[in-house]
Design a protein around this ligand. Structure first.
Ligand code: ZN
Length: 675
């Protein structure tokens, strides 16, 4: 619920901005391309200037961020580690012709598995269909020596009996996450958060556990797999030291403890609290850690490390393991500081029912960061903004920390330079010019407003508990935060605060938002499929709703030229009014927990794609040869040793996606193949 993925797909070409180090024209941003993905490198500006203790802290936390990679693979699907390790064994022992056509397809599949942390697409959640034959694969396995195969799984026969159908039978484990109406979401989803239990059993298990009178409710289920013991009783296997995933957690702890030794007095208790939680697995300890973590808004180095986001669980309970390490960007943080300092003004003027406004906005801390390491669910595909923690009571009592990740957005922009996207999809020259000039600023500000203020704004009506909107909750929550951002982007207040030079920034953002929501984001979806992902549903929902409500006034218009369809915004002021009206309604739905209206809104506007339009978008998009998804490889943080002492840490930019993946699998892989 609290992540923003790249809002607008590469809409802009910028000479841009920020750090000197990044303007090197010879830096190769895109390092690999395959399937629908490009792999980008990001830079870590200002790292070299850090004092040694901070460099060490980044290094130790960075090592901790790499140690949980296997957890993410196993959480996504129970045979992911077996499949990845088998493929890696094949890859490193292959003696045949590297240009052999079918072999190339195996390599592509392996690259996709690395990218998605498993055999399901990281975004659509659909299983990859191998383009090579089962026979060819089995022959490759036969030619691979025992020591290169994950035979801790079982014999060769047992290994193949498990992974071959999993890879090749398209009817098996078809979707990592399935939230379709009417299915048992637990058994239909291939993820490994549950094993051998039904949706009914899961619902009962947690309903019995929850204490509705607890003012500080525990996020039950967050850090465990739910399964059955030998006697058939439903039980949790907790992810902690000595528990499930304990082998990886030991290594994470090792590096966190190192970081604790070099950190400042503010952060030491925070890291120690996180270690305590990894040892105990007690979710009260996790809350304690979060309460400390969210209050530290001053430290220049910060991190995320743990079981955090629940997007991958159809019940929204189990969290995937993720990590990042970041440096604050002081210059860019001024922008978000202005926004947070005025948080109360934004809340008081929000176009919602005054009863649903927060009387007192608390602790909205926002900063702009540069990441130095990505791990788990943030690697290689990463969000560009994060707002944590997720527990509602901590947000209520202590606020939340919100970040925009500057060097990732910057790398995306650099990688998209000159790709022809705007020329293909934005009809009017005036819109293209505004997007060219203000697109980046608009994207960043929209992310800031969405993260710092949008998610934190508003309050529930008495009697509403939260959670009433069930599987429509995350789409509607993203819509609420997006609408908040869109509405205020067009407010004179932003000019007054010096955040934008003029409201042309809003016009640029509005034009690209609508085109993306009703059109270009379909490039990420396979023909014949509906929109599933919450952020995508939210964008479509907003654009389609405004289109329909503004139809009488021709606010947004479909134009056909030379046989191609375009969307243009004719009236930006009216569109802003519509954003305000929609925010009023979406806030009401959340505050009152109005499931039926919320469901109707999402189903009517956010899900179904016109197949003709979808086909056209895919054709035009594919003709541009732009991969619709991007992800990142990490730099290497290399300690400089004097004897057994680290005297400096250097950033090195690696130039091979394959090498980094093999390196991580060799040196940061701690889990058994079966968990
Ligand atoms: Zn969000």
């Amino acid at each position: 619920m609290k992540k923003v993925l790249l809002l607008i797909m590469m809409t802009s070409i910028f000479a841009s901005c920020t750090q000197e180090q990044q303007t090197e024209s010879d830096f190769q941003w895109v390092i690999d391309r395959f399937d629908d993905v490009k792999v980008i490198r990001y830079q870590v500006p200002e790292f070299d200037a850090l004092p040694l203790e901070q460099k060490l802290m980044v290094y130790y936390l960075g090592e901790a961020a790499k140690c949980g990679r296997d957890i993410m693979f196993d959480q996504n699907f129970k045979y992911n580690l077996a499949i990845r390790r088998t493929l890696e064994g094949i890859y490193t022992n292959y003696m045949g012709d590297p240009n052999h056509e079918e072999w190339q397809k195996v390599v592509k599949y392996l690259k996709k598995v690395w990218f998605a942390n498993g055999i399901h697409h990281h975004y659509s959640m659909d299983k990859f269909q191998p383009e090579f034959s089962q026979e060819y694969f089995v022959k490759l396995v036969e030619a691979t020596p025992d020591e290169a195969l994950p035979l801790d799984f079982g014999t060769r026969e047992e290994l193949l009996a498990a992974i071959v159908p999993a890879m090749f039978d398209s009817s098996l484990y078809a979707r990592r996450l399935d939230q379709s109406e009417g299915v048992d979401m637990i058994t239909a989803s291939a993820n490994n958060y549950y094993d051998g239990v039904t949706q009914k059993e899961v619902e009962k298990f947690y309903a019995d556990m929850i204490d509705h009178n607890d003012p500080q409710p525990i996020s039950y289920g967050l850090n465990s797999q739910l399964t059955k013991d030998a006697s058939g009783k439903v039980v949790e296997r907790v992810w902690k030291q000595g528990g499930m995933y304990g082998e990886a957690i030991d290594k994470i702890l090792y590096w966190l403890e190192k970081a604790s030794e070099v950190t400042n007095d503010t952060q030491k208790p925070i890291i120690d609290a996180l270690c305590e939680y990894y040892r105990s697995g007690n979710l009260r300890d996790f809350d304690k850690y979060n309460v400390l973590w969210v209050q530290d808004v001053e430290s220049p180095i910060d991190f995320v490390n743990g079981f955090i986001e629940d997007y991958g669980d159809p019940m929204g309970r189990k969290a995937s393991w993720e990590a990042n390490v970041s440096l604050r960007s002081d210059e860019a943080t001024k922008r978000t500081q202005i926004i947070s300092e005025n948080a109360q003004w934004f809340e008081d003027n929000s176009p919602i029912n005054p009863a649903f406004r927060k009387p007192e906005v608390k602790g909205v801390s926002a900063k702009v960061i540069n990441v130095a390491m990505l791990g788990g669910d943030c690697y290689p595909a990463t969000p560009i903004g994060i707002n944590l923690p997720n527990a509602d009571w901590i947000r209520r009592d202590y606020g939340s920390k919100s970040v925009t990740i500057d060097n990732i957005t910057y790398a995306y922009d650099q990688a998209a330079k000159g790709n022809g996207f705007d020329e293909e999809f934005i009809l009017r020259e005036e819109d293209r010019a505004r997007i060219n000039e203000f697109g980046s600023l608009g994207d960043n500000l929209h992310t800031d407003l969405h993260e710092c203020l949008g998610h934190g704004s508003g309050q529930l009506a008495p009697g509403t508990k939260g959670g009433e909107l069930k599987n429509y909750g995350s789409t509607l929550e993203e819509a609420r935060a997006d609408l908040f951002g869109l509405y205020y982007l067009g407010d004179e207040k932003l000019v007054e605060l010096g955040l934008v030079p003029s409201l042309d920034v809003a016009k640029a953002q509005y034009a690209s938002y609508i085109v993306n929501g009703m059109m270009t984001q379909y490039s990420r979806i396979e023909l014949g499929k509906d929109v599933e992902e919450a952020h995508m549903r939210n964008r479509k929902l907003i654009a389609e709703w405004c289109y329909e409500k503004g139809k009488a006034d021709n606010v947004i218009e479909w134009v056909t030229e030379n046989g191609k369809r375009y969307l243009v915004v004719n009236d930006f002021d009216k569109l802003r009014e519509l954003f305000g009206q929609m925010l009023y309604e979406v806030q009401r739905i959340k505050s009152e927990g109005d499931f039926e209206t919320g469901k109707a809104l999402v189903e009517n506007y956010g899900v179904k794609i016109d197949p003709e339009l979808h086909k056209e978008v895919l054709e035009r998009y594919n003709a541009l040869n732009i991969e619709p998804f991007g992800g990142f490889i990490n730099p290497e943080l290399v300690p400089v040793m004097k004897g057994d002492k680290i005297v400096d840490v250097k950033v090195e930019y690696v130039d091979s996606y394959v090498d980094q993946m093999l390196n991580y699998s060799k040196n940061y892989s701690f889990l058994p193949t079966r968990n």
